[in-house]
Every structure is written in C-alpha cells, then in structure tokens.
Design a protein around this ligand. Structure first.
Ligand code: LAC
Length: 310
C-alpha cells in the first residue's frame, strides 16, 4: 500500500486524511505539533472505514520522523487566514513552519513527491522545493484544482450548465493574480467569453478570485477545507494513480509560456514521479499577459522572502 503523510491535522489536513482514507487504500500518517489532536483524529478517521470497507490505515503523531518511507507527502501545516488577512500576510509565519518540514522530508522520505498546500502556496512551494533540494518535478503546489472547482461552481450557478459539460481552468497564482481562462475555457460548445455576457463573466471571475476570502469572512477564524481536501485528493489520485492526468498545479517553469524561475499555476501532467511535463495550451494574448504579470509578482515575492531569510 502506498504511504501518504499529511503534515498538519487542522481542518484541511484532517479532512484530506479522511477523504484520502476513503478514496484509496493507503497507509496514512498525520503529523501535527499537537500529537494528541493528530492521534485522536486519526483514530476517528480509521474507525470510519469499516463499513465502507476501505483497507486504509491512519495514524497520528507529533513525530515528523513518521514521514519515513512515504511515497507522497502533503504539507498543510501552518496558520490559516483570519478575517481581513490576505494569503500573503501569512508568508513569514508559514515559512517558519514549511521549511523545517521540507528539510525533514528530504532526510526521511528522499523519494517522495511533495504536494504543498500551505499559503501563500506558490511562494511556499518554492520554499519547500528549495529546502528539500529535490528536483523541481517532485514538489508541486495545490491551488489551480481548487480555484477551477470554485470557478466551475460559480459558472454552474449562473448558467445551470453542469461542471461535467465544461472545460475550464484557472491558472496563475492562488491570489489576486489568479488567471481564470476566459478565452480558452469552453462551456457546452462555446468559448466562455462568448457564452456569458460580460457583466456575468466579470462577477464569476471576481467571486472566484475572492472565494477563499468569502469563506474566511463567514467562518471568521479559519479558511475553507472541504473543497481544498477534494482538490488535494484529485492530485493524489493523479500522482499515485500514475495515469498521466493533466491538472492545473503550481509547478516550476523553465521557459514554458515564456516564464522562467518561478512556481506558478499551469496545466501539468502528473504521475508517480511528480510533474512529467508542463502542458502548453494555446492561450490568447490576454491570458498570456495575465500569466506573465502573475509570474512577475511571485518572482518579486520569492526574492524578497529569500532576502528576509538569509
Ligand atoms: C482558500 C485557501 C485554502 O482558497 O487558500 O480557501
């Protein structure tokens, strides 16, 4: 059975462990600085598996060494947003959490693929990659699948078209520079930009961009976890299923889309080795321009994090 370690037994980590344990047969280890919480939630999750018949095992611990032998690692640990905070406000506090975890993964699970979820995700993916010393392909960030899921949901609310009849994607950063593809996405059999009127489309894009903050606004002290867990599950399926699925993920660009040296949300083919290739869609000029702008923002922030942490 494949082994997956989830760092963080908060809402995102625990919901992810629950979803994964039911979805595939896995040895799941949850690690949290609060070992009792990780252990308690692990017991609860494992006890939910008997009737559905999952053969997964779930354990919880405060010991980061539990990651040993993992095929895949999901990093959700860190502080979530509170009302009024942007994801970027979390940079320095979450860098302190993600870097040591990533170093430990490199030591104890040197062959694992790492999925980074902690925000701000594009920047944390870069930090995790640099702390592991892994090849780029083995460290990916989760954002595009979640943002696309939200985008399709809002499109469904406005048009009544089922998500299964859409081909939509959200690229760019998991933040203000999110790039919902309007020219290259298809609703039914029409490009999105002609299927909806301008004002409707604009409001769907705005709502997608603010979807995380909208939820934080209601919850007040935490952020979303059900849709993030399902998005992580899709990435885990793609990686461990080894089928070469293409998903929007934050991955290192080395000249693809004319961008180099940053982790940014683009479509990528995934298998057990991580990212096999970045898939270069034929984007419109305005989509390319938006991606470039997004990459400039991430690059600037990564350089400033690196300066701060030297
Ligand atoms: C959100 C957090 C997970 O978008 O970034 O809900």
């Amino acid at each position: 059975m494949d082994k997956v370690t989830v760092f963080g037994a908060g809402h995102v980590g625990a919901t992810t462990a629950f979803y994964l344990a039911h979805r595939r047969d896995l040895d799941i280890s949850m690690v949290d600085i609060d070992g009792g919480k990780a252990r308690g939630l692990a017991l609860d999750i494992e006890q939910s598996l008997s009737y559905p018949g999952s053969r997964s095992t779930v354990s919880g611990s405060a010991d980061a060494g539990e990651v040993s032998g993992s095929d895949l690692v999901v990093i959700t640990a860190g502080t979530p947003r509170k009302r009024g905070m942007s994801r970027l406000d979390l940079t320095s506090v979450n860098a302190e959490v993600v870097e040591p975890i990533a170093r430990g993964v490199a030591e104890s699970a040197p062959n694992a693929v790492v999925v980074v979820v902690t925000n701000p995700v594009d920047e944390m993916t870069y930090l995790a990659w640099s702390a592991t010393g892994f090849p780029h392909r083995r460290v990916v960030g989760m954002a595009g699948v979640l943002d696309t899921s939200r985008f399709m949901n809002f499109l469904r609310n406005v048009t009544g078209v089922a998500a299964t009849d859409m081909e939509a994607m959200v690229l760019g950063t998991h933040g203000d520079d999110m790039v919902p593809l309007l020219d290259s996405s298809v609703l039914g059999d029409r490009p999105l930009s002609t299927a909806l009127d301008g004002a409707d489309l604009e409001s769907v894009v705005e709502r997608t961009r603010n979807a995380g903050a909208e939820i934080v606004g209601h919850l007040k002290t935490g952020s979303a976890y059900f849709a993030p867990a399902v998005a992580i599950g899709l990435m885990v399926d793609a990686i461990l299923g080894d089928g070469g699925d293409v998903l929007p993920v934050s991955t290192y660009l080395d000249g693809e889309y004319g961008i180099r040296g940053v982790f940014l949300g683009v479509p990528a083919r995934l298998d057990r080795s991580g990212v096999v290739e970045v898939v270069e869609l034929e984007l419109s000029d305005r989509e390319i321009r938006m991606l470039e702008r997004a990459s400039e923002g991430v690059l600037e922030r990564v350089l400033s994090i690196r300066r701060d942490r030297q």
